[in-house]
Design a protein around this ligand. Sequence first.
Ligand SMILES: [Zn+2]
Length: 87
Amino acid sequence: MVKRRSIEVVCRCGQPLARYKKRGKGRLVKMFFERIALDHAGVFLTDPPLPLNREIFCPGCGKRVATVQVISGKYAAKVNQGGIQPM
Ligand SMILES: [Zn+2]
């Protein structure tokens, strides 16, 4: 059985970014879009969806927090470690 837990992804400036259903241990390096439960800032689950390689910025401070990539065949936000609060 795979354990899932929801984590809050928060920018270094304190701006809440997303609630994410993370699998496994370790720090957050990527966020598959299909596992983003809540998009607090409205920067991930856009309509139309973000194109590949699009950079995602924090609406609070303007810092880059992620980049859109395909990881394991799925769209994901590759997290900028310097852009989010460590957990
Ligand atoms: Zn910020």
